[in-house]
Design a protein. Sequence first.
Length: 169
Amino acid sequence: MAMHCFLTGAHGCGKSGVIHKAVALTGLLVGGFRTNFGPDRSVLYMSRADLPFAPSEDSAVAEYRDGKMTAIPGRFDELGERYLLQSREFAGLIIMDELGFLERDAQGFRRAVLATLDRPVPVLGVLREGFPAWTREIADRADVSVITVTAKNRDVLPMTLARRLLNEE
């Protein structure tokens, strides 16, 4: 069974919730990153996965411009790469929530993601549905399993993932 697991599925199907519940069941010390929209949903922020979400101008990675979500140049490289490197010091599980098209030009971040997948620490993440841009490379790796989250399986997935992460399955 693959060491790394990425969830995918329709927008709003509960992928991040599944990750949050699975992590709580494992008791593992997490590192990595999470992305969340701010209160008005016009700005996407990145935070370390082990710290509370606290949106600020310094943590913004993308924003709506001209009616579409656009990456803020350099922010994925700056924040995402730093969070992944910092996580190597302490994490027993790396969270990558979420990877998609916004990071296509963030070469440093992309290198850090792939280097993290080459390490022995398990990764639990989210790949945007349809594997846009560069994410197909992750989905196609032999050490990655991809699970589609649906309304039917999202309640049982946290326990399944926790067992897998703890090598009980």
